[in-house]
Design a protein around this ligand. Structure first.
Ligand SMILES: [Zn+2]
Length: 373
């Protein structure tokens, strides 16, 4: 499979602040691990330098006044009225270069979409992308510019049908909202239930409206969900939808804040369940734009996206993380030298309860999607 990996050294130059969970350094860590595992050379024809999106490209989704406020806060000092756009202390801090950071990531996702759509490559991976929460005129959930929406818009504007598959721990609310009423985009999001986690939406009864009725699909999962259950839910729900919708392109958000050791969400996914889902996404995608997403245990981020990149290239990643890499990044939190996690699953009454809940959700999806189509 011909592939492209979007990257820029600048990805890791930005800083949300010492106490913020999103660490742009994780992107450098992932890139360096991929290289250390021999999955990218230097130079490598698959490596594509990310270039910032222009203002006209950002305006295809975002409101001009919001973009002005972002640009005016790029110095690191909030522009007057910035808080009305969700910018300020907390989830969406004003930091030096925030506009540049956002435009660079958006540019990479747009380029990924172009490369895939033109047929130059069959799959492209922007590990910095997948910032799925931001709205047309509001920052949300660590996201300022919604790069998945921009990439999908570009494809739709060229007449493509796009399926968006989001396996982040959080509901892909910004992407769902942008395409809620269109029949050109199917959005599917599997996530920890909004009853327990930000952004509090993404229930099975949210199914789209008007021409888009039945084309927004949500799989809210109970806290503690493990590999077996998330893979079960994915397998039952996603492939039949994609096969029925017949997209030209699949855009996927591969967030890894679903992992057991992630500090933000409460799920129990490991590299095993994650790779099962990535493999299914690959096999369902006629053309594939893969984006990153959440992930706040940076060692997990590096391991998981290394494995995803290997799957994208249909090669086998090594079992062990190279010693020189581990030594160089000893402070990054790697628990051992294994690239993959040991199998892990919940047993007992809690598992029965979770299984019942997941089956109830799946039944609800079937009912709602059938009723809505
Ligand atoms: Zn997330």
């Amino acid at each position: 499979m011909k592939t492209a990996f979007l990257y820029s050294d600048a990805f890791a130059r930005f800083d949300y602040g010492a106490r913020h969970p999103l660490k742009p350094f994780r992107l450098k860590l992932a890139y360096e691990l991929i290289r250390a595992c021999g999955l990218l050379g230097s130079p490598d024809p698959r490596l594509v330098e990310a270039i910032p999106a222009g203002i006209d490209e950002l305006r295809t989704f975002h409101a001009p006044d919001y973009l002005d406020a972002l640009a005016a806060s790029n110095s690191g000092r909030p522009a007057p009225g910035a808080e009305t756009y969700g910018l300020g202390p907390g989830d969406n801090p004003v930091f030096a270069g925030m506009y540049e950071w956002s435009a660079l990531i958006a540019g990479a996702s747009l380029r990924a979409a172009d490369l895939v759509d033109s047929g130059e490559v069959q799959a492209a991976f922007n590990i910095a992308g997948g910032l799925h929460h931001s709205l047309a005129s509001r920052a949300s959930g660590f996201c300022y510019i919604n790069d998945p929406v921009l990439a999908i818009r570009r494809l739709v504007d060229r007449g493509r049908k796009v399926a968006y598959i989001d396996i982040d721990a959080h509901h892909g609310d910004g992407v769902q909202e942008a395409f809620y009423g269109t029949d050109r985009v199917l959005t599917v999001s599997l996530h920890e239930s909004g009853r327990f986690l930000f952004p509090g939406s993404g229930f099975e009864h949210e199914t789209g409206s008007g021409a888009g009725a039945g084309l927004s699909v949500n799989v809210p999962l109970p806290p503690d969900t493990d590999d077996e259950l998330v893979v079960h839910a994915f397998t039952v729900v996603v492939p039949p939808l994609i096969e029925a919708f017949r997209p030209d392109v699949v855009v996927s958000q591969l967030g890894v804040d679903t992992f057991r050791t992630d500090p933000v969400a409460h799920l129990n996914v490991t590299t095993n369940g994650f790779c099962d889902m990535v493999r299914m996404i690959r096999d369902l995608s006629p053309k594939w734009v893969a984006l990153g997403g959440g992930g706040y245990d940076i060692a997990n981020v590096a391991r998981a996206w290394t494995l995803a990149w290997a799957l994208m290239n249909d090669v086998v990643a090594p079992e062990v993380i190279p010693a020189a890499f581990l030594e160089q990044y000893a402070g990054a939190g790697f628990l051992n030298d294994k690239l993959r996690d040991e199998p892990y699953g919940i047993e007992g009454p809690r598992k029965d309860e979770m299984r019942k809940e997941v089956d109830r959700v799946i039944a609800g999806i079937r009912e709602n999607i059938v009723a809505g189509s």
